[in-house]
Every structure is written in structure tokens, then in C-alpha cells.
Design a protein around this ligand. Structure first.
Ligand code: GLP
Length: 240
């Protein structure tokens, strides 16, 4: 696991965008696993600027998002579908048919999991971008999720719902279920890039770097992966 510590969030975003841009320049039809959350927003902004400046093109790239809330309409302002379009897809030259996000707004969630899993089986993801939850979750793989899991429906922990409460009018509106790539889908990516910013992530980063590999801390599985880069800012690195 390679750890890069930057001075602040702006530098973290620059470094992460640099990794993504370098891969895309080398391999214009690369497949990216993408993440939501506030952490990658700065990275996405830099990528948008590069596309606008014609330095970069996603015209042949494919993307696969990690997760989506269940039973939230796709066009709901807080769906990950809406988030990704607003934060990235609406502003770059990616083709709509090359964007993949799990379908959470469906009555047949089992089929939705199977469909996404089939899609991922042929996806051959070059780079998976990840954030990290305060409890070590990646995607929506909460503590004690078996590392062998493929795409599944997860009951969100109260901690995760409370963390995401800020985006909704009330805690009751925060979805209780989400569909997420499983840990084995995530670790199938050729390369992994995990980002963490701010003091709220410092304990999770210490656990990731210094702790042991355990299903109690989902991100620890990354220690078994051969090509992981972790980019953190000084605040997130404070407990190392
Ligand atoms: C959500 C997402 C994760 C993300 C995490 C951290 O739970 N499902 O993929 O990594 O939030 O979000 P943030 O970057 O806002 O701290």
C-alpha cells in the first residue's frame, strides 16, 4: 500500500485527478470504478476542468459506480445517480451508455444485484476510486461484511445513516437500504485509489495503515491487494 500525504484537500484532489488523468491518457478506453461522498468532489472538479480545456477525454471511458440508495427515485436530489451526474457526468464527454450505476429504485432488488454483478464480471476495472467511512466502510460494505461478498443489498448502520443525515431534511428520509458492490467486486479492480480528507477520517486511516486485516474493518482488505494507493491530507494523516 503506497501512502501519499498532501498538505490539504486541494492538493489531495490534484494528486488524485493526476492519477486518473495519467491512466486515461495512456488508456483512453479505461474502465473506472467511481465513488460518491464529498471526498472525490474536488477530484471530479479538476477532471471536469481538464476535459473543458481539451486536455482529457472520457469519450471512450467506461464507469461503474460503487453503490446507490434503494427505493429513492433516480431523479431524487440525493440519489447517487443525481450526485454523479451533477458532480461529473453532466460536465464531461462520457457517453451515457458507458455510465453504470446500480439500480436501487426498483421492486426487484435481487435482480438488480444479479444484473450489476454480471456487468461487473465483464467490466475489467482498471482503477477503482474509493472513499472511506468513519467505521472503515468502503462502498456501503459495513463492518463485518464478508470479504467474499459480491453485489448485494445492505441495511445501512445507524452510524452511516446519521453521517449521511446532513444531506436529507430529516433522519427519517435517509434510506435504510442500499445496493453496493461487494468487497470481492471492489478488490477485483487492477488498481485501487483510496482518498481520505480531514480530521474525521484520522482514526479510520490509522486503523487502515496500522491495524490488522479483519472483516470488522472493511477497508483493511486492501492490504491484501497488490496495487493500492492511499492519498490523504495532513489532517487525515494526523494519527499515523
Ligand atoms: C458513503 C459512500 C462511500 C463513501 C463514504 C464517505 O457512505 N457510500 O462510498 O466513501 O460515504 O463519504 P465522504 O467522502 O463524504 O466522507
Amino acid at each position: 500500500m503506497k501512502i501519499i500525504t498532501t498538505e490539504n484537500y486541494a492538493d489531495l484532489s490534484k494528486a488524485a485527478a493526476g492519477v486518473i488523468a495519467a491512466l486515461l491518457k495512456k488508456k483512453p478506453d479505461a474502465a473506472f470504478g467511481l465513488a460518491t461522498g464529498s471526498t472525490p468532489v474536488g477530484t471530479y472538479q479538476i477532471l471536469i476542468e481538464m476535459v473543458r480545456a481539451k486536455e482529457l477525454s472520457f469519450a471512450r471511458a467506461k464507469t461503474y459506480n460503487l453503490d446507490e440508495y434503494c427505493h429513492l427515485p433516480q431523479d431524487h436530489p440525493q440519489s447517487y445517480y443525481t450526485f454523479m451526474h451533477r458532480q461529473l457526468f453532466d460536465h464531461i464527454d462520457i457517453l451515457a451508455e458507458n455510465i453504470h450505476i446500480p439500480l436501487g429504485d426498483t421492486v426487484d432488488l435481487e435482480k438488480s444485484c444479479a444484473d450489476y454483478n454480471n456487468l461487473l464480471a465483464g467490466a475489467d476495472i482498471d482503477l477503482q476510486l474509493l472513499g472511506i467511512g468513519g467505521n472503515g466502510h468502503i462502498g456501503f460494505n459495513e463492518p463485518h461484511t464478508p470479504f467474499t461478498k459480491t453485489t448485494f443489498v445492505v441495511e445501512l448502520t445507524e452510524k452511516t445513516r446519521a453521517d449521511n443525515r446532513r444531506f436529507f431534511n430529516s433522519i427519517d428520509e435517509v434510506p435504510k437500504l442500499a445496493i453496493t458492490m461487494g468487497i470481492s467486486n471492489i478488490t477485483a479492480a487492477r488498481r485501487i485509489l483510496l482518498l481520505a480528507s480531514g480530521a474525521a477520517k484520522a482514526a479510520a486511516i490509522r486503523e487502515l495503515v496500522k491495524g490488522e486485516v479483519t472483516e470488522a474493518f472493511p477497508a483493511s482488505v486492501l492490504k491484501n491487494h497488490p496495487d493500492v494507493t492511499v492519498i490523504i491530507d495532513r489532517e487525515a494523516a494526523a494519527l499515523l
